[in-house]
Structure formats: C-alpha cells, structure tokens
Design a protein around this ligand. Structure first.
Ligand code: SAM
Length: 291
C-alpha cells in the first residue's frame, strides 16, 4: 500500500490533503498547500465536468497510486509543472517541460500592460525569447486580428511553443523562428515587440531554489554578469524591428528598473520610456516606443 494510503485508514480527500501537505512541508517544499491543491486537482478533478468529488469519498486504488507517483517526484524538488506536464498562464493551460521556463504570474503583468498599450485591430507582434509561447499566445488569444512571431534560440522550447499554439489558436496566427535576438529582422516591421529575456545575474542563478536552478533551462535564466546582457543586445535592434510609433515592453527583475531605464535612455530613437510596477509596487516592466 502506498505511503499516503498507509497513513490514514480509510483515507478520504480531506485526510489525504492533510497528510500530503505535511509530507511536502517536511520535504522542504515552500507553499506546500498550494502544491497540494494542484495535485489533488490533477488526480481527482479530472472528470469531464471538472467538478470536485465529495471530500468524504474514499479514493480508488488507481487514484492513490497516481497521487503517490506525483508526491514522490515532488518531494525531490522536481517542479510541479514538469510533473503534471502543463501549467496555467493568463487564461491558458500550456504544455510545459524542462525545455522551457514555466511561465510566472509576474509575466501576466506584462501581458496586462501590453493589452492596455496596443489598439484593437490587425497588429504584428514579436516575442523575443518566447519559450513556451506564453506571452505571444496570451496576446493573440485576446487580439483575434493580431498575428505574431515567437523567436527563441532553443529549438526544444520552440517545439513546446508550437504545440501550445496549435492547442490555443484555431488558426496559424503564430509562427516560430529559431535563432539569436536578430533572427526575425526579415519578418518585420512589428507594431509591438515584447520580451521576457533571461535577466538573472550568473552568480545568483546557482543560488536559486532547486526547482529553478536544477530543473529550468539555464538559457532562460542567465542574463550574464550583471543580468543585463539581453537588454544590451535587444535595445539596439528595436529600431530595425519596429514600425515608427510601435511599442516595446520588457519584463525586468524587480531591482533592475533604474539600470534598464538608463540603458534605454542612451538610445535617441525611443520616446515615452517608462517603468511599470507590479501590484507590490516593484518595477517589473520597461516600455517605450520608436519615435
Ligand atoms: C525568461 S525565458 C522567457 C520565456 C517566456 N517568454 C516566458 O515569459 O515565460 C527567456 C527565453 O529566452 C531564450 N533566449 C535566451 N537567450 C537567447 C538568445 N540569445 N536569443 C534568443 N532567445 C534566447 C531562452 O531560450 C528562453 O526561452
């Protein structure tokens, strides 16, 4: 009998929730109760109507084995999105694996600001470092007349992005290109350029939680000695990528606002350069437009 089943006789959903939360807390998992909610949802709320079973209901053997398999992997710090194979971003449920950064709620702020910034109607969007396609697909899902290109250096990431596009969109409005930051120059100009590039400084990457530094792609995290390499590379490209009046939005680290703002202000081709804060009042997005 599985470890989870053995702890409570007979187990029901409520007792399993308590036992699993305690088990993950003991394994050092931060926010264990949130993880448990996702795990129970994956195992028990999988029916066609998406409803929760009665909390007093006793799970089947197959459900207990499924739960045990997930718990055993999560105890080793493997990220839950990798175990489940999918994760929510904006209104979308995206395929996720170790080839892509798991999209973060922080990045939804960039999507929100982009939607406030761009007009409705036909638009061409470029997403630099698209990873799972999260930002591009969220924007295209909200703007049915827009088309977009997602660029990434990682072919493996683009395979996931392409799979997500097929799942999210009923048409071919998203196209993916493999290459360095300048690889989509021939496809421009664009009305909107968005990017959540790697922006963690190289030394810090190794000190991040095991879920991140052991399991997420270094290419998605490491922004060089001061974390700003990608902004230095991308900013000079924007005048070639954008239409006059076109906007750009970058996600930034919470402590990078002044540095990224200063970098953008060295370029004379931009106007309306500004920082945007998240709901905790931390700088999280830089935006501007091509004059
Ligand atoms: C922080 S992740 C962002 C992923 C996704 N856009 C998101 O917000 O969840 C950065 C992405 O940039 C890509 N990348 C890193 N260096 C690159 C480069 N030189 N040229 C193109 N893409 C790059 C990585 O492969 C990774 O997918």
């Amino acid at each position: 009998m599985s470890e989870l089943a053995a702890k409570t006789v007979p187990p029901n959903l409520s007792s399993l929730r308590r036992a699993l939360t305690e088990r993950l807390q003991n394994a050092g998992i931060e926010d264990a109760s949130m993880d448990v909610q996702h795990i129970l949802q994956a195992v028990f709320k999988d029916g066609p109507d998406g409803s929760w079973p009665d909390p007093d209901l006793c799970p089947t053997r197959a459900q207990l084995e499924h739960l045990e398999a997930i718990a055993a992997r999560r105890e080793t710090s493997e990220p839950l999105p990798h175990i489940l194979g999918h994760w929510g971003f904006w209104s979308l449920d995206l395929n996720i694996n170790s080839d892509v950064l798991t999209p973060r709620p922080d990045t939804e702020r960039l999507v929100e600001i982009a939607l406030e910034t761009i007009p409705a109607g036909p638009l061409k969007i470029l997403d630099l470092g698209t990873g799972s396609g999260a930002i591009l697909l969220a924007l295209l899902s909200e703007r049915p007349q827009a088309t977009g290109i997602g660029l990434d250096l990682s072919k493996a990431a683009l395979n996931i992005a392409d799979m997500n596009a097929k799942q999210v969109l009923s048409d071919n409005r998203a196209v993916f290109i493999e290459g360095q930051w300048d690889a989509a120059l021939a496809q421009g100009p664009f009305d909107l350029v968005v990017s959540n590039p790697p922006y963690i400084n190289s030394q810090t990457v190794e000190t991040l939680a095991p879920e991140v530094c052991r399991y997420e792609p270094k290419l998605a995290l490491d922004g060089g000695a001061d974390g700003l390499d990608a902004y230095r590379a991308i900013l000079p490209l924007l005048k070639h990528y954008q239409k006059p009046g076109g906007h750009f939005l970058f996600e930034i680290g919470a402590d990078q606002g002044p540095a990224v703002l200063a970098l953008a202000k060295t370029r004379k081709e931009f106007g309306q350069i500004r920082l945007w804060q998240d709901y905790g009042q931390r700088d999280r997005v830089l935006s501007g437009c091509l004059i």
